[in-house]
Design a protein around this ligand. Sequence first.
Ligand SMILES: Nc1nc2c(c(=O)[nH]1)N[C@H]1C(S)=C(S)[C@@H](COP(=O)(O)O)O[C@H]1N2
Ligand SMILES: [Mo]
Length: 406
Amino acid sequence: MDRRKFTGSLSLGAMASILGVPIVFGKSMPEGYVPLGLQDTDPFQRFNKDKGMVVLNDKPWNMEAQAHLLDDKITPNKFMFIRNNGNIPENIDAATWTLTIDGEAANQEKTYTLQDLKTKFEQHTYQLTLECGGNGRSEFNPPAKGNQWTVGAVGCAQWTGVRLRDILQDVGIKSNAVYIGYHAADTHLSGDPNKEPISRGVPMQKALQDETLVAFQMNGKDIPLAHGFPLRLVCGGWPASASGKWVNRISVRNKVHDGPKMTGSSYRIPCETVAPGEKVADEAMCIIESMPVKSLITYPKTGATIKTNQDLKIRGHAWAGELQVSTMEYSIDFGSTWKTCSLEQPTNRLAWQHFGATVAFPKKGYYEVWARATDSTGTSQPMVLPGWNPKGYLNNACHRIAVKVS
Ligand SMILES: Nc1nc2c(c(=O)[nH]1)N[C@H]1C(S)=C(S)[C@@H](COP(=O)(O)O)O[C@H]1N2
Ligand SMILES: [Mo]
């Protein structure tokens, strides 16, 4: 609930009781004024986020983690990045929330309440990796417009919900179904009620996967407001923009979905590699599907100092979109030689995998630890920024931390 609005209608007495002390010159406050002590200006508190999260933008809200904050195997809400294209919806009432399935390729239009979804269909819980397509954008040169994400627009929370497939089967889909597209309750920054900030989707084959959820819980609790309360789509392993938050309608399309941020150059990369800075025509841009192989060292925090002859235990996570990570390596000599890390199996498909290693340094001095994951098709992370693209997507370059041995 937006506290600014809420307190606007409160009496002096009520405000004093929230503050815990009387407002001494309260009678002199302008009409409708909200005392600073009651303004909800702290974004960390507002979204229940850790103070170490980095706010990239507040109109709309965009917030990322730092690598060392993502150390948990299952990302708690306080470390989960927030990526919004529009305004977070206000005054959501879960009791009256509905999800409508429609579209040219649906057999019928059908509407479900949250209660319907929870009771009609089997519930499933999966840990699913969500990474913004623009994660790593800050390294692009020439630079790309948009949030300058470093490494922290990724997380792997546990999502509980029902399979989109089960809902679509209940509605019935036509043989010409090609794509699904989501519609949501967030509002356009312009304030125009007829404009959607974002309406993306996925091909049927992704929509029908076991792990593609219409979720109502994150980490065992109602999804926090910023992450899509009360209902969101979760398509793990794909650009997280496909995972619509505050979803109230899903259309089954007979063509590639054409909502805002689905067309033009949004969430697309050049179909053929281009030179940095090159102009690319919209027709030459292809939709991003599975995210590429990537990894993150989450312990220690970059800048760690250790003593000579002291081994350093490193750890982190690796993920590979629709694929699995098959090997994980680290280097302490700027990528000249690599050593193998231990690597766990994912808890389920599309969940990140944990790696670890015990690193020995030969002598005093400055080092960097670089981490490199390789996916099940043999593709490895590049050591430096890969294929430049106009919007700055898919930077899966090796993550690195600085270490001093003194
Ligand atoms: N309705 C809606 N869904 C959305 C968005 C949005 O702005 N509105 N942003 C998308 C993008 S670009 C990303 S990366 C993810 C971010 O999910 P999170 O904020 O829960 O981490 O949500 C996606 N779903
Ligand atoms: Mo995103």
